[in-house]
Design a protein around this ligand. Structure first.
Ligand code: KG4
Ligand code: ZN
Length: 341
């Protein structure tokens, strides 16, 4: 029988515990401290760390109980050891080490960003040998060439400044929407004209493509939106909020999808996985579905509950790593807030 892997996630504001055997998800429990951060308009690292400390044991106990197994049945412990907030990571990794030591089971420290791609295996089954993965959330925007999810993932590009979700949250603030603004901007955008305002598409000029073909940049776009709003306000004109949201959202989706499809073509890949909380974005979903269909690319987007941070993604990656026979991590591993792939 394949090993039973307990996956633990604590990179940001979600405490996650999940049990996976092979590519079968047996339980997935998530506790979030987002409500505690909302009134600050952003994640407060110390509040997040303390919330992990309090939520950790109940979350693991609930996952074991839902899967109908005990701690003694666990064959291996996978934990996200980066990237993320140092204090949050430390709580999860310390707890994972304690479990590994107490149970005498191997520890697998894994990369959270790769986990966002790996989770798709629980939904659509094992990935084809070469798969492209676009991981987009409030914290990351990365394009990954997945040769083997457990052992060979190459980062082709990433954002040079803001993540896509972060840019949406900032534009949400400019439009006076509640935090996090992403889903609100998405909703407004559906009522507006995406071609109303020609916002810039960063790093798409021929010159930028030479050095940053698969990199992204969204902070200039956010500034362009801010300037456009300011100019209208100074002129005493109304702000057509739905058109601003739609034009901004179109600029983000356009760049994400264009560069991803170009990467698929350049690397001769015909399967694309989109993961991370931003995959909920309707403009990205629509454009990716439409353009991938034209390009003959099979696009896989897991249901949204698997795309936001959770233990299932870490257990899925840990399970792949254990199945490949990769050596476990040492018990003195640290955490890495900016962990490379
Ligand atoms: O993965 P996630 O839940 O948390 C991390 O950032 O790790 O991603 C949440 C981010 C937030 O920035 C949120 O505003 C954004 O994704 N987001 C959206 C949508 N749903 C979530 N942005 C635009 N449209 C959405 N529908
Ligand atoms: Zn994440």
């Amino acid at each position: 029988m394949e090993p039973l892997i307990l996956g633990l996630e604590s990179t940001c504001d979600e405490t996650g515990a999940a049990l996976v055997r092979g590519t079968e998800l047996l339980a997935d429990v998530v506790a979030s401290s987002m409500d505690e951060h909302a009134r600050f308009g952003g994640i407060v690292p110390e509040v997040a760390s303390r919330a992990h400390l309090e939520a950790f044991v109940p979350t693991v106990e609930e996952a074991l109980s839902r899967a109908g197994v005990g701690l003694a049945d666990v064959d291996g412990i996978a934990v996200a050891s980066g990237p993320g907030l140092v204090g949050s990571l430390t709580v999860g990794v310390a707890a994972a080490k304690a479990l590994s030591l107490a149970l005498g089971r191997p520890l697998y420290g894994v990369n959270h960003v790769i986990g966002h791609a790996a989770v798709d295996e629980l939904v659509h089954g094992p990935m084809p040998e070469r798969t492209m993965a676009l991981v987009v959330s409030g914290g990351h925007t990365s394009l990954l060439l997945v040769n083997d999810i457990a052992t060979d993932v190459v980062e082709l590009g990433h954002t040079l400044d803001d993540a896509a979700g972060e840019a949406f949250d900032k534009v949400g603030r400019l439009l006076h929407l509640p935090y996090p603004g992403g889903p609100h901007v998405d909703r407004l955008a559906r009522e507006g004209d995406p071609q109303a305002i020609p916002f810039p598409r960063a790093l798409t000029s021929a010159k930028a493509m030479q050095t940053h073909a698969y990199d992204f940049s969204f902070s200039g776009l956010k500034t362009a939106v801010a300037r456009w709003i300011e100019a209208r306000e100074e002129a005493g004109q109304d702000i057509p909020v739905a058109d601003v949201a739609a034009s901004f959202a179109a600029a983000v989706a356009d760049v994400l999808v264009d560069k991803t499809i170009a990467a698929c073509r350049a690397h001769d890949v015909d399967t694309l996985v989109i993961g991370g909380g931003f995959s909920a974005n309707s403009q990205l979903r629509e454009l990716a579905t439409e353009r991938c269909e034209q390009a003959g690319i099979d696009v896989r987007i897991p249901p949204i509950r698997y795309c936001t941070d959770n233990g299932a993604m870490i257990a899925a990656l840990g399970s792949a790593v254990a199945r490949r026979g990769v050596a476990p991590s040492r018990l003195d591993i640290g955490v890495d807030s900016s962990m490379p792939l």
